[in-house]
Design a binder for this molecule. Structure first.
Ligand SMILES: Cc1cc2nc3c(=O)[nH]c(=O)nc-3n(C[C@H](O)[C@H](O)[C@H](O)COP(=O)(O)O)c2cc1C
Ligand SMILES: O=C(O)C(=O)c1ccccc1
Length: 401
């Protein structure tokens, strides 16, 4: 019995910490509710940076569809399952990670907080959760790697028009301990983004701009003048080359030959594309609509997930992002076929308010919610999270049984 009384979990520890602080009149540093956290972040950011972070493509329909899709699934908890010891570990690309959660790649974080990606790396290191670093980071990938230490990190690649820059980025990622290359496919161009257009806002010239490009030797070679002397020219060059709309499935072989690191394709929504990815011998895919920022009117990422997961079976690993806000969202995504999820805007909200501590506090709260909700549904491990945990909600908000 005494064992049981002393047993604990990340979720309970976090609850106890918050409640004990509450007894001493101390509120948590950040709102716990993700919607209120979002509003709190809005208050500390300037309108243009806020519009960029929070906005979606066009009408924002896809961004709201991402959230609505989670509400159309309900969890049906099982009782008396012996859920005292819960194990959140999962295997991703051959490595074990603490929980099925990662920091999504978000570009130019210096517009959110001066410590930018370095702060996110510290948060990832504190929590021992993987970081996926954007090519468009405002700090160099080496500096970010130093800040993170030996934690798991993947590098997100914008595969642009200059092969030397692409090869150089991949080489630097290998040399600085990134263990996978995530190729983002859904950003062949930046979408029509109403708020940024109205604000005339491109984030790349703000703060430290695009430090990861500016520090790249191949990128620097392509410029007439160094980016420190002529940042506008450097940004224009970046904008003209960071992505390459001419790429086709056949080009993947070039990247496959370039590196031995696992390759993960980000932005898959269609089961045929998922099959193509498996045939192309990549190692994984991320089902994502870029947080609703690219194709206005695209399907919710969660609606794509079960179909895509079925299409590839066990051939390649399936990850998910777009709209994850709560522990129950993670459970739903796992039940529908994801091995792990990426979280985007919410950690930026924490970062905006309280730097590295804010980003890690937000992710710890999500991890705690996941741990408790996992146990409450009758699961002790991530393997227990299967599709029969879910029922589809009907239009009235009940469930279809
Ligand atoms: C401000 C912002 C910048 C982003 N930059 C990148 C990027 O550089 N590379 C990338 O692959 N995805 C980028 N994304 C997409 C995220 O990786 C992720 O797919 C998305 O944020 C997930 O949705 P969520 O914000 O609802 O969690 C960005 C998203 C936001 C909000
Ligand atoms: O804004 C984005 O969604 C994005 O993916 C991006 C693209 C280029 C640079 C920085 C971020």
């Amino acid at each position: 019995m005494s064992d049981r009384v002393s047993s604990s979990s990340v979720g309970m520890e976090r609850q106890i910490e918050i409640y004990m602080n509450g007894l001493q009149g101390k509120a948590p540093d950040l709102p716990v509710d993700p919607d209120r956290l979002r509003i709190a972040a809005r208050e500390v950011l300037d309108d243009r940076a806020w519009g960029y972070l929070d906005g979606g493509a066009g009408s924002g329909d896809t961004m709201s569809a991402n959230r609505a899709a989670f509400r159309r699934w309900r969890l049906r908890p099982r009782m008396l399952q012996g859920v005292e010891d819960r194990d959140l570990h999962v295997q991703v690309l051959g490595s074990t990670i603490r929980a099925p959660m990662m920091f999504a790649p978000i570009g130019v974080l210096s517009i959110i907080h001066p410590a930018a990606e370095v702060a996110v790396a510290e948060a990832a290191s504190t929590l021992n959760l993987p970081l996926v670093l954007s090519t468009a980071a405002s700090r160099s990938m080496e500096e970010v790697a130093d800040a993170q230490g030996d934690g798991a990190r993947w590098f997100q690649l914008y595969w642009g028009k200059n092969d030397d820059v692409t090869a150089s980025m991949v080489e630097r990622a290998e040399a600085s301990g990134y263990s996978a290359i995530v190729v983002t496919l859904d950003t062949t161009v930046l979408s029509w983004r109403d708020r940024d257009l109205e604000n005339g806002y491109l984030p790349f010239l703000e703060g430290e701009g695009l430090g990861n490009y500016f520090s790249d030797p191949a990128f620097r070679r392509a410029l007439d003048e160094p980016p420190e002397e002529n940042p506008t020219q450097a940004i224009l060059y970046f904008a003209s080359m960071f992505s390459n709309p001419a790429l086709t499935w056949d080009d993947l072989q070039w990247l496959r030959d370039l590196t031995d690191l696992p390759i993960v394709l980000k932005g898959i929504l269609d089961p045929q594309d998922a099959k193509r990815a498996a045939e192309a011998r990549v190692d994984g895919i991320i089902v994502s609509n870029h947080g609703g920022r690219q194709v206005d009117g695209a399907i919710a990422a969660l609606d794509a997930l079960p179909v895509v997961a079925d299409a590839v079976g066990d051939q390649i690993e399936v990850f998910f992002d777009s709209g994850i806000r709560r522990g129950s969202d993670i459970l739903k995504a796992l039940a529908l076929g994801a091995r792990a999820v990426l979280v985007g805007r919410p950690y930026c909200h924490g970062l905006a308010i309280a730097g590295a501590d804010g980003a890690s506090e937000m992710m710890l709260n999500l991890l705690s919610d996941l741990d408790l909700t996992l146990g409450l549904t009758g699961c002790s491990s991530i393997d227990d999270v299967t599709r029969d945990l879910l029922l589809r909600a009907d239009a009235e908000g009940g469930v279809e049984i």
